[in-house]
Design a protein. Sequence first.
Length: 195
Amino acid sequence: MAKKKVAEKDQDINKEVDEEEVEDAPSAGTKKTVERDDLVPIGRFNEKNEEAKKLRVENDQLKAEKKAAIDKQLIEQEEWKELSDRRGEELVQANAKAEKVDDMAEAIEQTLAAQMEQIPEELHSMIPDELSALQKLQHIARNKEKFSKSKPYSIGAGKRGSEGNKDVVLSPEQKKMAKNLGVKEEDYAKQVNKE
């Protein structure tokens, strides 16, 4: 834009010089010497020359400012791009963690369902509904003895002397002990009955 102004001013100066040369040109057959100062007044020339220099300087400044603005914009865009890339990486990591959390939540729900099946139906009301699945599992673990079916222990009622009841019912701990020893439950029961 500034270049056009400079070019237009240069054309105006050249046009003025040409018009003055035509007016001051000697007619055919006459010899008249024309001095260059008479054609273009030096003050006017200097004035136009200074204006052209100022316009060139302004044009150069505008170009420099425009280049700086473009460079700044590109720098800012690169920062946004880098920031966007970082956020994208964080989002990928967050999605991976969310998937793990979902898997864990599903596993906790399945474990809770299995635990609830082992608890008698009439005791389900002892587990608060407002607790999360994890809190319910923790509550069950803390109160396991309250939620298990209580089996009456054999106190030997009806036993006579050494004869006693031939069918001994083993407690869960006794069954576990027999399994750990590698003995059949019936053999273990016989041994317990002898004692």
